[in-house]
Design a protein. Structure first.
Length: 136
């Protein structure tokens, strides 16, 4: 099995429960599972808020050695922050305080039709075994 679990979701608020369920299945049994699910929820809520409703967003969860990397990619939309906004402003606009608190590192990549937000939740695993199969 490959190291990345990914799934696409419609950019709708009612999908957030499915996102949490997916993330919970992926990280079931991992020591940082609760934090990962929280971070995924936050990033997904952001993606929904800032996406056009007609576009899907993608959630990726990868287990690295010493961290779980979470990525949420959306296609932007009318509500997304303007390109060229300074980093701190963009951060506030995206309401990522919780993610900043939970993760050892995180960042945002903006492209004209694509916004990606990633974060890494630290863990003490020295290897990077595949995460739960239940979500496959
Ligand atoms: Zn781990």
């Amino acid at each position: 099995m490959t190291g990345t679990n990914m799934r696409e979701f419609p950019a709708l608020l009612e999908e957030l429960g499915h996102v949490r369920h997916f993330a919970g299945g992926v990280v079931a049994g991992h020591p940082a599972a609760d934090d990962v699910v929280l971070a995924v929820s936050e990033l997904a809520a952001n993606a929904v808020e800032h996406s056009a409703a007609s576009r899907d967003f993608e959630v990726r969860i990868t287990h690295l050695a010493g961290a779980v990397r979470v990525e949420v990619h959306d296609h932007g939309g009318a509500g997304r922050p303007r390109l060229g906004v300074a980093g701190a402003e963009a951060t506030r606009g995206r309401g990522l305080f919780l993610v900043d608190h939970l993760s050892r590192d995180w960042g945002i990549t903006h492209q004209p039709d694509h916004t990606g937000v990633w974060c890494e939740i630290g863990c003490s695993c020295t290897e990077s075994p595949a995460l739960g199969r239940a979500a496959a």
